[in-house]
Design a protein around this ligand. Structure first.
Ligand SMILES: Nc1ncnc2c1ncn2[C@@H]1O[C@H](COP(=O)(O)OP(=O)(O)O)[C@@H](O)[C@H]1O
Ligand SMILES: [Mg+2]
Length: 143
């Protein structure tokens, strides 16, 4: 499909997020500026874990966690992981990924090709391509 603005990408993300069960792993591929973080704002808000303006890029921290704040939680937590700055294959325990994959959550990963992810969870692969200034091609594949 095609998105003609970042707002449209956020709404596409919201629809995806609203339809997700957990656990699920969402892999976002595409160059810098393709819209991976923008799409994540929609996915996490559609999944009920955060308002889109609360969602920022975890470029330096690598991982952000969002929850609906209800006790007990009504919606699954969303982890947003950005592996862009990973230079060497990191120790999984350092990142805490093995713990995350023991929870029933939604995990969204930017630059997933940088790491072999330790899970056989259902996966949604989303490719974002820069077509023109405000235009992105979005391809979704579920396995
Ligand atoms: N259709 C679109 N979809 C997503 N982002 C867009 C679109 N058009 C313009 N943009 C802009 O492109 C940039 C995408 O940035 P970001 O989501 O951080 O990308 P990435 O995480 O892939 O590096 C933002 O500045 C956003 O406003
Ligand atoms: Mg990003």
């Amino acid at each position: 499909m095609q998105s003609n603005s970042s707002d449209e990408t956020i709404s596409i993300g919201r629809e995806i997020g609203a339809s997700l069960g957990a656990p699920v792993l969402i892999l976002l591929t595409g160059e810098l500026g393709a819209g991976k973080t923008t799409l994540t704002k929609g996915i996490a808000s559609g999944a009920g874990a955060a308002q889109e303006e609360e969602i920022t890029s975890p470029t330096f921290t690598l991982i952000h966690k969002y929850t609906d704040g209800a006790k007990p939680a009504k919606r699954p937590a969303v982890y947003h992981i950005d592996l862009y700055r990973i230079e060497s294959r990191p120790d999984l325990e350092t990142l805490g990924l093995d713990d995350i994959f023991n929870e029933r959550v939604i995990v969204i990963v930017e630059w997933p090709e940088r790491l072999i992810l330790p899970t056989n969870w259902p996966m949604v692969q989303i490719k974002l391509e820069h077509v023109a200034e405000d235009v992105r091609k979005i391809t979704i594949r579920e396995d």
